[in-house]
Design a protein around this ligand. Structure first.
Ligand code: ATP
Ligand code: MG
Length: 413
């Protein structure tokens, strides 16, 4: 079975003399994955369709060798509406996990003259120097890549007089000869890289209203984990502000995967129970263990294979090596901590880039700020924690909290 038939894509029809705007996606790592490649491509195609579902754009997805071609139904007239639709699609694709580069291209007939005319059109109104880079995915094309580049370059020069600069051009015209058509483009944007969401399975990300946890979730999504989110509020001992933040953060992260689910647990009373069981200096670590146990209980229902947290080694007193060991002891599920070796400044830069920082910086009363002991234990002993947990049947409590979690779907309305 070919990749095309897997994707259910129709065979391309011949293109007319006019050109059609489209989007080309360059795949990075996915191409290297040999045997599982078809599964990866199918997932990526599904994710692509899902990501434009709400736009009403009717998308056609073609898999080529290392490239995905996205065509918008009705865009073959190169009208303004078609350009806009293609622009929307291109913008969405810059947030697609598994895509290395997004290019807005035009698709023209497989003929050197058509390619040249399209390239000349694309270069109208440019300034500075330029270069043409041509390549053939179909080696049967009658003109070699070098000849094609020279032919197109000299026509552009004749037309506009722009200087050629092969080393460091201001604008590069890319010409790619494919099996049935030629793609010409100048514009490209970096994609997210990584692997398509879902390829590595599912995880449950523990998300506070803070800066770190959304970045941690993003990083694991980029490694192919479809993430659901779990937030603990201090309610009824605090207001709902942290829930609004978790909702807003999930919404931002949803741009990278769609159909995200946020579960909210009112944790205030459980925190009180821990305090009255004599947690003392262990209050914070005991809370974190109860969060993880609740996460594990919920993960079982969601069939998620891992928990994700935003821990970074030594960043706060609950994140010493000893305490992290005590946290790992709370559950048998793997706890993924993608930020473990990052500095705060690096995490903040990434939060800014993925546009979660502004929400994380909004004020709220974090549940962890409730009932904080005067001094936080940095060397928590596992036996002490287990003893506290035995007093309040922590496993049962975690099951109850997970069962009572409220589900939200903060994706695009
Ligand atoms: P963050 O910036 O993500 O809040 P942090 O640096 O404040 O992290 P902690 O408060 O020790 O560190 O939390 C470490 C991790 O525990 C968080 O990244 C998150 O995964 C989880 N966590 C902490 N509080 C909550 C909460 N209220 N709800 C859900 N998860 C939480
Ligand atoms: Mg925090």
């Amino acid at each position: 079975m070919t990749a095309q038939s897997v994707a259910g894509a129709a065979e391309p029809e011949a293109v007319g003399p006019r050109y059609e705007p489209c989007v080309l996606l360059k795949l990075g790592e996915i191409v290297l994955k040999g045997r599982n490649r078809q599964q990866f491509e199918r997932l990526l195609h599904d994710n692509i369709r899902r990501s434009v579902r709400d736009t009403g754009v009717e998308l056609r997805v073609w898999q080529r060798e290392g490239v995905i071609v996205l065509r918008v139904a009705g865009a073959d007239d190169a009208s303004l509406a078609a350009e806009t639709a293609v622009g929307v699609v291109a913008e969405r694709m810059t947030r697609m996990m598994g895509v290395a580069r997004v290019c807005r291209a035009v698709r023209v007939a497989k003929d050197p003259e058509a390619a040249t005319a399209a390239a000349v059109d694309l270069m109208a109104g440019c300034s500075g120097s330029f270069a043409v880079r041509a390549r053939r995915r179909d080696k049967r094309f009658p003109v070699t890549s070098a000849e094609l580049a020279i032919r197109i370059g000299s026509r552009i020069q004749q037309e506009y007089g722009y200087p050629v600069n092969l080393r460091a051009p201001d604008t590069t015209v890319f010409v790619e000869v494919d099996q049935r058509e030629v793609f010409v483009f100048t514009q490209g944007w970096p994609g997210q890289g990584g692997l398509p969401v879902g390829m590595s399975g599912r995880a449950l990300a523990l998300m506070s209203g803070g800066i770190d946890s959304p970045v941690a979730a993003y990083r694991m999504m980029r490694r192919g984990l479809r993430c659901s989110f779990l937030h603990f509020s201090g309610m009824p001992l605090t207001g709902p502000e942290s829930v609004y933040k978790a909702y807003g953060l999930t919404r931002q992260l949803d741009r990278f995967q769609q159909d995200s689910r946020l579960f909210v647990v009112a944790f205030g009373m459980a925190q009180k129970q821990l305090a009255s069981s004599g947690a003392g200096r262990l209050q914070i670590v005991a809370q974190r263990r109860l969060m993880l146990k609740t996460g594990a209980a919920l993960a079982r229902r969601l069939r998620a294979g891992a928990l994700v947290t935003g821990d970074s080694l030594g960043q706060v007193s609950s994140q010493t090596l000893t305490n992290i060991t005590a946290l790992d002891d709370a559950v048998s599920l793997p706890i993924l901590r993608p930020l473990i070796g990052l500095d705060k400044a690096e995490i903040i830069a990434e939060a800014r880039r993925i546009e979660t920082l502004a929400i994380s910086e909004l004020p709220d009363q974090d549940c962890c700020s409730l009932l904080t002991p005067r001094q936080v234990e940095t060397r928590a002993r596992i036996e002490d924690l287990r003893r506290i947990e035995a007093r309040l049947d922590a496993e049962d409590l975690a099951e109850e909290l997970a069962a009572a979690a409220q589900e939200h779907t903060p994706g695009r309305a």
